[in-house]
Write a protein that binds this ligand. Structure first.
Ligand code: HEM
Length: 197
């Protein structure tokens, strides 16, 4: 039998590249004890709100919409705002313009890197949703943005990564996608550091 050495897909490469960043982020969030009380869970929501505010404009970008399946349906910013409202919390204060602005020209590979992180975080959200249930929260109260897609998390992720992998990028664009994913993780890490301080 001949061993076939396949090149990792783009999604697999991004996963490997950001593995350590994900581990650090996971630890930093859990160190903030977000499931200890609804009050502390509110801090986690605030992080999610800050992250999704950065990328919200990408979900209405026509070029990305052509590349990715059900892009508008993947948007979670309003759900996070509703989760905050469910808990009686105000929207966090935003001090700067979001990373991507509505109607602004977007570097598509960079955007794909950021979206990889946002979509992947929904794959991992099953655990978070379970933990939130301990606070009496659910897909209809306070943890709406952690809900699985109707077709299931696995399939929802598979259709995204299939489209991500099918997008043709040259080496320079590939590097910008990777930088986008790293920037997204860094942004979330900064939000965690500031919010759970
Ligand atoms: C305490 C917090 C977190 C925990 C416990 C956690 C846990 C997980 C788990 C278990 C998976 C793998 C799911 C699977 O393969 O079935 C996963 C995937 C992922 N998570 Fe998280 N996660 C957390 C927070 C985050 C955050 C805040 C982000 C980014 C905003 C994030 C981004 C990702 C990405 C991009 C993937 C997909 C990796 C891949 O397969 O390519 N995670 N997470």
């Amino acid at each position: 039998m001949t061993a076939v050495l396949e090149r990792p897909s783009r999604a697999q490469a991004l996963k490997a590249l950001t593995h350590a960043a994900h581990e650090r982020l996971d630890k930093a969030i859990m160190a903030g004890r977000p499931f200890e009380s609804r009050e502390r869970y509110g801090l986690f929501l605030s992080v999610q709100w800050g992250f999704h505010r950065e990328i919200d404009a990408l979900y209405s970008n026509p070029e990305l919409d052509r590349l990715l399946p059900d892009l508008p349906g993947r948007r979670r910013f309003d759900l996070i705002s509703q989760d905050l409202a469910d808990l009686g919390l105000p929207l966090p204060a935003a001090t700067s313009a979001p990373r991507f602005g509505v109607g602004e020209a977007v570097d598509i590979p960079t955007a794909l890197g950021w979206l990889y992180v946002a979509e992947g975080s929904n794959l991992g959200a099953a655990f978070l949703l379970k933990a939130a249930a301990g606070l009496g929260l659910s897909e209809t109260l306070g943890a709406r943005h952690l809900a699985a897609a109707p077709e299931g998390r696995g399939l929802h992720w598979k259709t995204f990564t299939a489209a991500l992998d099918a997008t043709v990028l040259d080496d320079a664009a590939e590097a910008r996608a990777a930088a986008g994913a790293e920037a997204a993780f860094n942004r979330v890490a900064d939000l965690v550091a500031v919010t759970f301080r």
